[in-house]
Design a protein around this ligand. Sequence first.
Ligand SMILES: Cc1cc2nc3c(=O)[nH]c(=O)nc-3n(C[C@H](O)[C@H](O)[C@H](O)COP(=O)(O)OP(=O)(O)OC[C@H]3O[C@@H](n4cnc5c(N)ncnc54)[C@H](O)[C@@H]3O)c2cc1C
Length: 354
Amino acid sequence: MRPGDEAELSEAIRAASGPLRVRGGGTRGAAREGAVLETAGLAGIRLYEPGALTLVAGAGTPLAEIDAALAAEGQRLPFEVPDLRAVLGRAGVSTLGGVVAENAAGPRRVAVGAARDFCLGLRMVDGRGTVIRNGGRVMKNVTGYDLVKLMAGSRGQLGVLTEVALKVLPRPEAEATLCLPGLDDARAVAAMSAALGSPWEVTGAAHLLGRGTYLRVEGFEGSVRYRAGRLRDLLAGFGSAAEVASPWSAIRDVTPLAEVPGDLWRLHLVPSEAAAVVARLGAEAAVYDWGGGLVWLRMAPGVDLRARAGAFRGHATCLSRPDAVPESPEIARLTAGLRAQFDPRGLFSDPAGA
Ligand SMILES: Cc1cc2nc3c(=O)[nH]c(=O)nc-3n(C[C@H](O)[C@H](O)[C@H](O)COP(=O)(O)OP(=O)(O)OC[C@H]3O[C@@H](n4cnc5c(N)ncnc54)[C@H](O)[C@@H]3O)c2cc1C
């Protein structure tokens, strides 16, 4: 099914008698059963006001089209959308709806947040076929129940997004990345914590095993030069930090793990515990992002990382096999209640949370 507008989509959902699988650009691949409901017909930028830092587009709009429109005005989406096609061997093109449904976030999350934090409003069709509008198209207009926050990260399980209004930001004039070589994982996390806790507005803090520990500052040229210098002084106890070419798109897309075989796992954890958890896992390779709050790992195929990790504060997802890690009972209870409200016929339900 490929509805051409919201009315056709509503009609298709009302008429559906079995499970539906919402598909944007399909980069995430198909883990669940059901008739495919494509959003490609709901595409196009509907409003872009660079002066007001807002953009409204259909959910099926390719991300590349949005990036190009913003770049032409010296602006960008502030959250860095990961492109995991190479590391997961997937095809397709990311769409705005898929990005919001995944609540996409890259290395800059430590400074600015995720897609959810830039959604001003949305339109969607729920499992009854009802068209819902929430939020607004300007920044001061969030009233009532904040459905926008709920739909960001809902992975097509509560309904179909048809339009999203986003806050956008200017591209910074300059960027500098410092690299500390040779730190072990625990020292690297300590260095990243010191940098992130400093007043020098670090917008990226990552550690690549065997390569180095990277810290990014962005902004006006003079400010970047000053802050990079102060950061270097602050981190002198961890070694001599050198300025290097930007590694951030590789870190965002986890490309250092692209050539490493095995399942791709993502761990969200407490940074101070990250090194100890990773050491217990015996992973083939790892990338630390978000100052150690996010760790990407390659594990031998079929290994259940959670069993090997033991108890830790956080959670793990296997991106190579999304059905391998079911929702925890607590989350499952919450989502079951939401699904009953938004999708009483269970058209979009997906017990595996895939
Ligand atoms: C396995 C995998 C997991 C990923 N997880 C993340 C992640 O957690 N965080 C992150 O930052 N990036 C993630 N990415 C990278 C990237 O953000 C997404 O691949 C991409 O943005 C999804 O866009 P898409 O149009 O291809 O969506 P698709 O792959 O088509 O769909 C992705 C999910 O969103 C739902 N969806 C798509 N469009 C709509 C819509 N209009 N309304 C409602 N639901 C919709 C789908 O049902 C599906 O659950 C992931 C990539 C892969 C391959």
